[in-house]
Design a protein around this ligand. Sequence first.
Ligand code: FES
Ligand code: FES
Length: 188
Amino acid sequence: MSHSMHDTMNDAASSPHDELLDNANQLVEISLTVNGRAVSGHCEPRKLLVDFLREDLALTGTHAGCEHGLCGACTIHIDGQAARSCTTLAVQVDGSRITTIEGLADKDNRLHPLQQAFHEHHALQCGFCTPGMLMTALDFLDSVPDPDEAQIRDAMSAVICRCTGYQGIVAAVTAVAQQMSNDRRNTR
Ligand code: FES
Ligand code: FES
C-alpha cells in the first residue's frame, strides 16, 4: 500500500515530539499555601513560580528581573527558606508553604520590623530590588542571629541593587539584627 501525503501528515501529528508538546501544554493542578492562605490553581508544567505568583495569584510584589537566578529580585520563601522564584517551576512547589512580600506585614497591615527599618534608613530608591532584599534579609536573620557587618554585606550581595549603594540596606538590617538581639536578651 502506498503511503499517501495524508498518512504522512497523520504520522507526523502523533510523533513523540508532538506528544511531548501536548504534555507540556497540559494544565496541571497545584495546591499550596501562600502567605498563610490555601490556594490552588492550574498551570502548564513549564510555568515559572514567579509568573504563577504574579499572573495567576496577582501577587505582583514579587519582581521579575533577570529571570536567570542572578539578580535576586524574585526572592521569596519556600517552606521558610529564601529561594529564587524565577528558577523554580510552579509545579515544583505543589504542597509547599510560600511566603511573598505581601505576607510580611501583620494582619492589621503594620509593617514588619524589617520593612520599617528599610523605610527609616532610606534603604530603597526605585524599590525594584526591595521585595527580594527583604525576603533575603529575613531568612538571613533567621539563620544568623548576631551577624557582623561583613556577614550582612555578604548576605545582602545575593540581591543586586542598582540605586542605593547598599549603605542604607546594611544599616537597616544591622538595626533589626540589634533589635532582635536585644529582644532575645530581655526575654532570657
Ligand atoms: S529575576 Fe530571579 S534572580 Fe533575577
Ligand atoms: S532601590 Fe532601585 S534597585 Fe534597589
